[in-house]
Ligand binder design. Structure first.
Ligand code: ADP
Ligand code: MG
Length: 216
């Protein structure tokens, strides 16, 4: 279970304080849309939840444990094994094949190459991208690239998925496809509990279909 308690963050001393002491429990198995005007801290909240930034007040709790103040080595391990990121620009390495991009996080998380390849191919097949596994990012569309980014986020079978404006540059059909994939991911977590999926967005289409909305 992912939660925050009395959470605040500032990029530096004296800078604007974000989140204002936010306390919130995210629901596993559901999609939560994180909304709010540009500059309110949607992306920053994902970075804090994903342990890339450390809060200056309050805590990020994972299964009841304050993980935000854990030592760096613990945070890195939790990030690699439990968290999947879909970044805003979904920039894939242009020199690698789609499959190699997808399986990379699994290698960081400790999978063997054979395991990672198997899981990577499975995810690409599920996402209708099986025939693109050996292509380079320059040879696929924006909508397909966003789904590849999602496969990359799922390859470690994380309990938390953090997606930053994943439909930002997509037409409605592709946005619907990405959302369906995120929704399937939310419902398919370990032991029937479901994953916690957060989408930072101001896309009304996504907000309407989300199970919960956290307005910053
Ligand atoms: P949103 O995603 O809601 O548009 P952000 O999380 O990107 O908001 O930004 C929140 C605030 O933090 C903004 O005022 C932004 O200018 C500031 N900010 C974002 N990234 C940095 C950074 N790396 N260094 C300093 N300030 C930043
Ligand atoms: Mg943002």
């Amino acid at each position: 279970m992912l939660a925050v308690e009395d959470l605040s963050f500032a990029y530096r001393k004296g800078a604007e304080e974000l989140f204002g002491g936010l306390t919130y429990e995210f629901t596993a198995g559901a999609i939560t849309a994180v909304t709010g005007p540009s500059g309110r801290g949607k992306s920053t909240l994902l970075y804090v939840l994903g342990l890339l930034l450390t809060p200056n007040r309050g805590a990020v709790l994972l299964n009841g444990q304050d993980i935000s103040s854990a030592p760096d080595t613990v945070r890195s391990r939790v990030r690699a094994q439990r968290v999947g990121f879909v970044f805003q620009d979904s920039a894939l390495d242009p020199t690698r094949t789609v499959l190699d991009s997808v399986l990379e996080p699994a290698l960081y998380a400790g999978s063997t190459l054979a395991q990672a390849r198997r899981r990577g191919r499975e995810l690409l097949n599920d996402m209708g991208l099986g025939s693109r596994a050996d292509h380079r990012p320059g040879e696929i569309s924006g909508g397909q690239a966003q789904r590849v980014a999602l496969c990359r986020a799922l390859v470690t079978d994380p309990m938390v998925i953090l997606a930053d404006e994943p439909t930002g540059n997509l037409d409605r059909d592709n946005a619907a496809r990405v959302l369906a994939a995120l929704s399937a991911a939310a419902g398919s977590g370990e032991q029937g509990v479901g994953r916690t999926v957060l989408i930072a967005t101001h896309d009304p289409f996504v907000i309407e279909q989300a199970d919960e909305v956290l307005a910053l």
